[in-house]
Write a protein that binds this ligand. Structure first.
Ligand SMILES: *[C@@H]1O[C@H](CO)[C@@H](O)[C@H](O)[C@H]1NC(C)=O
Ligand SMILES: *[C@@H]1O[C@H](CO)[C@@H](O)[C@H](O)[C@H]1NC(C)=O
Length: 316
């Protein structure tokens, strides 16, 4: 009897410790984005053909727009940019006021930026110490070319095993920013609806991250998927990642001591053009002209270069 009681209490203790149960600490919707994020009117570190504007300019030009249940972040689609401009097309980059270590977050997204030359990103990092504090790119891609790429970037000494429990496909295994032009250790999400025009045509979907001291997982569920977990779909006050199924990308700690390589990270949302990635591969993307020239001369091509967020929920 005694042995049985101990077994039961051990089992319940183990389920308490191991379960991926989190409570909501932030529910960011509509104008709440203005409270939870600040605008980074900085010159683009990736040399994009972009001019990141401050909040007053973004609101005056309607580059950000909040209603009761939506937040839009977009690039200018009205102005021809002069060749002699030293920056580029107006756009927006925002960073969360809070930083996170262990957490889960669910991003309910209705639309993401599309168009030749676009390079949108939704990611987490510590800008002040980069790359020492790590970087997780949750959504990133260029020139409308899916599928989405989920990538870690770190200081030297963190890499991923080839065999992992994930639905996506591993790319480079070394996360070190100094290897191969900062390619990072990426995972191709595999499904077309995870990125760009296909994501948008499908009504978007949900991205989610879970970061613990021993792994980082990222999931993607298309809007019409049959396997969207109820707690993800409802965006409620708690989630349990144990019920979320196999992640799209799994980054285990077998060859990466996460507390050493990742510090408190902010959520960053940015939309740039051309530059180090979108510009570098523009010629192979089936897009017209040169990247900078196309971005400068064709404002109406960027009518769909916008993020529409239904919500961001953070759980800790
Ligand atoms: C700003 O953008 C929103 C969303 O696209 C739109 O509904 C609204 O009409 C725009 N406002 C102006 C003044 O253009
Ligand atoms: C956003 O900025 C970061 C840091 O420079 C960079 O790694 C990322 O690729 C950028 N993406 C976009 C879309 O600007």
């Amino acid at each position: 009897m005694k042995a049985t009681a101990q077994l039961i209490s051990l089992a319940s203790l183990a389920s308490l410790v191991s379960a991926g149960a989190y409570s909501r600490t932030e529910n960011i919707v509509g104008s709440g984005f203005y409270n939870s994020f600040n605008f980074e009117a900085i010159s683009d570190p990736t040399q994009g053909r972009v001019n990141y504007v401050d909040r007053a300019t973004a609101q005056a030009q309607n580059l950000t727009f909040a209603s009761g249940n939506t937040f839009i972040l977009r690039a200018d689609s009205k102005t021809v940019i002069s060749d002699s401009s030293s920056t580029g097309r107006n756009s927006v980059r925002i960073r969360s006021n809070n930083a996170y270590t262990t957490h889960a977050a669910v991003f309910d997204i209705g639309h993401m930026p599309q168009g030749c030359g676009t390079w949108p990103a939704l990611w987490e990092t510590n800008e002040a110490t980069w790359p020492a504090g790590g970087e997780v790119d949750i959504i990133e891609g260029v020139n409308d070319q899916g599928a989405n790429q989920i990538t870690l970037h770190t200081s030297p000494g963190c890499s991923m095993p080839a065999a992992r429990t994930q639905t996506g496909t591993s790319l480079q295994l070394d996360c070190n920013t100094q290897v191969n032009g900062n390619a990072g250790c990426g995972v191709n999400a595999g499904v077309a609806t995870s990125y760009g025009p296909s994501f948008n045509a499908n009504g978007g979907g949900w991205y989610a991250i879970e970061r613990t001291s021993s792994f980082i997982n990222v999931w993607f569920w298309p809007r019409n998927a049959g396997n969207v977990p109820a707690d993800v779909r409802s965006g409620g006050t708690s989630v349990n990642t144990a019920n979320w199924g196999t992640p799209t990308a799994n980054f285990p700690n077998t060859q990466c001591n996460f507390p050493q390589f990742f510090s408190g990270n902010n959520i960053i949302i940015n939309l740039t053009f051309c530059g180090q990635w979108a510009g570098a591969v523009y010629g192979n993307s089936g897009c017209p002209s040169t990247c900078n020239n196309y971005v400068d001369q064709n404002p109406s091509a960027f009518t769909n270069a916008y993020f529409e967020f239904n919500s961001i929920n953070v759980y800790q």
